[in-house]
Design a protein. Structure first.
Length: 297
C-alpha cells in the first residue's frame, strides 16, 4: 500500500477535460508517494481514455511504472556532478595559489641568484678591461646566456601570475598580455575596451577568472587556429561584462567539442560558471572562431 503526497495527485477538474479532449495518451506524469514503511518512491503514470461503442468515455487506461531506482540514480548523479564542480573550483583555487607562490619564489630566490651571478660576471669583465687583458669570449658568452636566462625567468613569472593583474587590474592585464602574445608570436592582437568597462572594478578572484579565460583563448589562437590576427572586444550590459575573442584562423570543426583539445574549453566554462558566467563558441562570419564570455560583475 502507498499514499500519494499532497500536490502530487492529478486534479479531476483539470484531468477529466484533458482526457475527454484526446484519443491519445496524455503526457506522462511523474509523482511521488510514500510506502507504509514509510519510504518515498516515484512513479511515472500514463493515462488514456477508454471509450464505449458510442465513443463515450467509460473508463481510463492507466499504466504506472516504478521510477524510484532511476530517480535515485538521477539524484545521485546530480550530487556527484555538484561535488565534482566544487572539487574543480577548489583545485583551481589551489592551482592559482601555487602559481602565486612559485612566481614569488622565482622572483625572490632565483631572481636574486641570477642577479648576483650577472654582477660577478660583469665585475670580472670590468677587471679584465682595467688590467688590459684580452677579452674573454667565454665570459661575454656567459653574460649573454645569463641575460637570456633572466628574460626567460621573467616570462615564466609573468605567465604564472602577472603582477600587472594584481596591481593595475584585469583590463590593463588583458591589454598587457595581448601585447606580450603579439611580441612573442607575431599574432596581431587588438584590444577594443569600451570606456564604460574601464571604470568597472572587478574583485580579485573574478578578475583572475576573466584573465585566465582570455589567456587560454589567445593561446588557442596561437596553438590551434593558425591565426594571424585576433581581436578582443570588451563591453558591458545589464550588469554583465561581455568579452569576445575573435580570430581569423582555420575555424572550429563540428566535432571540436568532443575532441581532447576541448578540455581547454571545458576549463574555461568551469571558470566562468563559478561566477555565474558562461562561454559560447561559434564560427566567424567569414572565417575563424569567436569565443564569447558573459560574466556578471
Amino acid at each position: 500500500m502507498a499514499r500519494a503526497l499532497a500536490g502530487e495527485v492529478a486534479v479531476a477538474d483539470d484531468f477529466l477535460p484533458r482526457l475527454r479532449g484526446t484519443t491519445k495518451l496524455l503526457t506522462p506524469e511523474e509523482a511521488a508517494a510514500l510506502r507504509d514503511d514509510p519510504r518515498l518512491f516515484w512513479t511515472l503514470s500514463t493515462y488514456a481514455p477508454h471509450r464505449d461503442i458510442n465513443g463515450e468515455i467509460d473508463g481510463v487506461l492507466v499504466n504506472v511504472v516504478d521510477m524510484t531506482t532511476l530517480k535515485n540514480s538521477q539524484d545521485s548523479l546530480l550530487v556527484s556532478n555538484d561535488q565534482l564542480r566544487q572539487l574543480s573550483q577548489y583545485l583551481e583555487r589551489v592551482r592559482e595559489d601555487e602559481r602565486v607562490r612559485i612566481a614569488r619564489e622565482l622572483h625572490d630566490d632565483l631572481g636574486s641568484t641570477l642577479t648576483g651571478v650577472k654582477w660577478a660576471i660583469a665585475s670580472a669583465i670590468e677587471r679584465a678591461q682595467r688590467a688590459a687583458l684580452p677579452a674573454d669570449a667565454q665570459l661575454a658568452n656567459a653574460s649573454q646566456l645569463l641575460d637570456s636566462a633572466v628574460d626567460t625567468m621573467r616570462r615564466i613569472i609573468s605567465d604564472l601570475r602577472p603582477s600587472v593583474l594584481d596591481h593595475l587590474g584585469v583590463w590593463t592585464a588583458i591589454e598587457w598580455y595581448a601585447g606580450q602574445v603579439e611580441e612573442r608570436t607575431g599574432l596581431q592582437c587588438r584590444v577594443d575596451l569600451a570606456d564604460e568597462v574601464a571604470a568597472i572594478e572587478v574583485d580579485p578572484e573574478r578578475a583572475t577568472a576573466m584573465f585566465r579565460i582570455v589567456q587560454e583563448a589567445l593561446n588557442n589562437c596561437v596553438r590551434h587556429a593558425r591565426a594571424s590576427r585576433a581581436e578582443i572586444r570588451i563591453r558591458c550590459a545589464a550588469g554583465a561584462v561581455m568579452i569576445a575573442v575573435e580570430d581569423d584562423g582555420v575555424g572550429i570543426g563540428d566535432d571540436a567539442l568532443v575532441r581532447t583539445e576541448s578540455w581547454g574549453l571545458l576549463g574555461m566554462q568551469e571558470r566562468a560558471a563559478r561566477f555565474g558566467g558562461d562561454i559560447a563558441l561559434s564560427r566567424g562570419v567569414k572565417e575563424g572562431t569567436i569565443l564569447v564570455l558573459h560574466m556578471p560583475v
